[in-house]
Design a protein around this ligand. Structure first.
Ligand code: PLP
Length: 406
């Protein structure tokens, strides 16, 4: 190995690996990563020792629950290097967070206002914006370069004076391509538009710094960064959140409710109507505290080494068509490909029989599939607990699939 990352020690803290009754080569990390022990422990502790509702309690359990929930918010703020904890809104995931921003912004937008997305977006960062067309908002779409990266040379032509927001993925869930944010932020600032980054894929492989990135909104899901399902985060720059009205209304987010008119709480409460995913937030806070202390350089170089081996192996298999950038630079360890004319679902099934877990389909990115001229792909996505045996099992399995499905 080119670095000191000890995969088997790292794996020991992922209970799924400890409880396996069969081999597993889990390469579907872009869909959901396995959960780290810290999240299990924190959620169990919470639900056995401090389970109560948050904010409205008059007893010790409810106070303990509120404290745990707010500590989790502080943990997320630390992880993201946010300016204040008030910039952290808990949601049920990336999709919910983007719908929240789109729905809230929808109240402020006027016909003719423009939202810019790219052709490479996950449907979760496409449909909430596309839907605003119903109220006269114009959706403008950044095209891609021939290898499937967002074509930044077209920013000046697409981002005009009516642009109110640019919404892009920090990294693609299909190609792993990391978005070059510098020109995006500059283009938005030039016209006074906001920037939303979909960090669903990025957070598993790096620690995004809210003060350095220069965006206004950043969203991600717990389950993709070794945390629980059912929880996610919307980070919003303080002034960006302050100008948004609530999207969902209900308990816990009000100032005063009267029969005809009501007032709203300040952010982040304004955006957390109803009982939030308390235990899941506590689990996410714990996993991010663990992630903060990880040797990121080591993890990244381990992933890069595996990814290089995977790409080289794929290139050697006759009939494999790789989609997206040709090399691993500025890219997460995520690769989409097709094996001749074989259907991705068939390929995944054959690989599953050999205990290799992959994803086959359109990956909730149909406009991108259309760009590549395919209906679906096979996708392999690596995490820091993967090892050479996982990559080699995939490559051998693809050779096998080629023979049995031909
Ligand atoms: N955005 C990207 C880039 C994703 O990869 C995903 C999930 O695959 C999502 C958004 C949606 O995340 P969730 O289903 O956790 O809301």
């Amino acid at each position: 190995m080119p670095n000191d990352h000890d995969v088997s020690a790292f794996r020991r803290d992922f209970p799924l690996y400890a409880n396996l009754d069969r081999p597993l080569h889990y390469l579907d990390n872009a869909a959901t990563a396995q959960m780290h022990q810290s999240a299990f422990d924190a959620m169990r502790r919470h639900d056995t020792q401090a389970r109560g509702n948050v904010l409205r309690g008059n007893h010790r359990l409810a106070e303990a629950a509120t404290e745990a929930y707010e500590n989790a918010r502080a943990g997320v703020a630390r992880y993201l290097n946010a300016t204040t904890v008030e910039e952290i809104v808990f949601t049920s995931g990336t999709t919910a967070a983007i719908n929240l921003v789109a729905g809230a912004m929808g109240y402020l937008l006027r016909p003719g206002d423009e939202i810019v997305v790219s052709l490479a977006e996950h449907h979760s960062n496409f449909l909430p914006w596309q839907r605003l067309q119903e109220q006269g908002v114009v959706l403008r779409v950044l095209p891609l370069t021939s290898e499937g990266r967002i074509d930044m040379s077209l920013l000046p032509a697409i981002v005009g004076g009516r642009c109110r927001l640019i919404a892009l993925s920090h990294a693609s869930n299909v190609t792993g391509a990391i978005t070059d944010l510098v020109p995006v932020i500059a283009a938005a600032r030039a016209v006074g538009a906001r920037v939303l980054l979909d960090g669903a894929q990025y957070v598993q492989h790096g620690r995004p710094d809210m003060q350095a990135l220069g965006a206004d909104f950043y969203v991600f899901s717990g389950h993709k960064c070794f945390g629980p399902t059912g929880v996610g985060v919307l980070w919003g720059r303080r002034e960006a959140l302050a100008e948004l009205p609530p999207f969902m209304v209900g308990g816990g987010m009000v100032g005063r409710v009267a029969l005809r008119e009501s007032t709203w709480a300040e952010p982040p409460r304004r955006f957390e109507a109803g009982t939030p995913p308390i235990a899941q937030a506590v689990g996410l806070g714990a996993v991010l505290d663990w992630l903060v202390g990880q040797p990121w350089e080591q993890l990244r170089s381990h992933e890069e080494h595996l990814f290089e081996r995977l790409l080289a192996g794929l290139r050697n298999i006759p009939g494999v068509r790789l989609l997206g950038p040709a090399d691993r630079r500025e890219r997460l360890p995520v690769v989409s490909f097709n094996l001749g004319e074989l259907h991705p679902h068939d390929v995944c099934q054959v690989l599953d029989e050999r205990h290799v877990a992959l994803r086959g389909g359109h990956h909730c990115a149909q406009p991108l599939m259309e760009f590549f001229g395919v209906a679906a792909t096979v996708r392999a996505s690596l995490a820091a607990y993967n090892d050479v045996a996982d990559v080699d099992a995939l490559l051998a399995g693809l050779e096998h699939a080629r023979q049995v499905l031909a």
